[in-house]
Write a protein that binds this ligand. Sequence first.
Ligand code: ADP
Ligand code: MN
Ligand code: MN
Ligand code: MN
Length: 416
Amino acid sequence: MNYAALVLALLAGSASAFTFAPRSRIATSGKTILKADLLASQTGKSAIDPAVFDRYNAIPNPPGLVMAEYCWIDAKGEVRSKTRTLPAKKLEAGPSGLPNWNYDGSSTDQAPGDDSEVIMKPKAIFKDPFRGGDNVLVLCDTYTPAGTPLPTNTRHKAAEVFAAHEAEIPWYGLEQEYTLFNLDLVTPLGWPENGFPNPQGPYYCGAGASYAFGRAISDAHYKACLHAGIEISGTNAEVMPGQWEYQVGPCVGIDAGDQLWMSRFILARVCEDFQVHCTLHPKPITKGDWNGAGCHTNFSTEKMRKAGGIKDIYQAIYKLGAKHSEHIAAYGEGNELRLTGKFETASIDQFSFGVANRGCSIRIGRDTEKEGCGYLEDRRPSSNCDPYVVTGMIMETTMEDVEVPEIKASNRAEAA
Ligand code: ADP
Ligand code: MN
Ligand code: MN
Ligand code: MN
């Protein structure tokens, strides 16, 4: 990093020039750190001529060998990775057949310099959509050399919670929203430099050159996820221009968090290829009337999905309501900027639920209400939430054997 960029980063109050900050905080500098084209106005431009790289990527592996990209979650909630060569036959037994590995935790704020080794244990294997062939992505969780889960290893606790309630067969559908920026980190994709686009309205699920910005990225990510084996169930353009969503699930228990984390890694890699910055910040634009980004979490147990399950859904909602502030505290950083009661959100301070009401903390779909069984949607988690924490906590709270007060539904007319 050059000196000017360093000063700029320090002025912006961030640890690195490339750390994302809400636009209003860094927009006034008038300077950009890295100036990319406005991506032929929207779809991005490959970092290199793809034909050059393809020549090498097409070289087959020696028989019986694969490249395994070991991925882990760092202290900031971003996925990092490094690669090793492995005998293909080690993949046959699943993650437990793969060797543990380690990384330098002092470079990721996860270990002191004088005892820097962090141990990675493989937990889930996906096909590698970038290298193709039999190569794999390996999602790991993290431990000290003595075998204690790192504080950032939230998977460990969640896996214990799910193991304790396996018979419930919990399903999760996670709606991951994200926002694309040019590499100046201040201009969302498709927005004019130092200005604002026309107001929200036509962008949600919109088509056309002046409405949809970054569709190629959304589609590339979709394909890559399908190839990897992620149960991505759909995508859509969001209300704010340059913002998109994809859904993962329904997945059972810990698998939901595993798949969502790997889908985020794939998103980062796709955006790297398109030379576009992706942020999971819940309120990337604070000035003006722009939607934030969430990670709505749809949840059901087997009982909820069966006839009469609505009773269990209501009980779960009352229990979630009784622990509103604990859940809010764990649902993502910066969420207070998003949960304002405007832009299809409920106030952060007040728990609410309703049928088909997008202005509530928790929504029940019309079909669920009509059929008397189905699932609930927790609309509170922010786009940058830790899905292990969110899914594990919903399980834990809703399985508690406690008496909780009933909460009255707010069934207003459905918002947009
Ligand atoms: P919305 O109408 O809120 O935009 P989406 O269609 O974006 O909803 O996402 C709903 C998610 O919920 C999908 O991932 C879907 O697979 C998932 N889902 C569907 N049925 C269930 C269920 N019974 N339990 C948990 N998740 C479910
Ligand atoms: Mn959705
Ligand atoms: Mn959405
Ligand atoms: Mn939703």
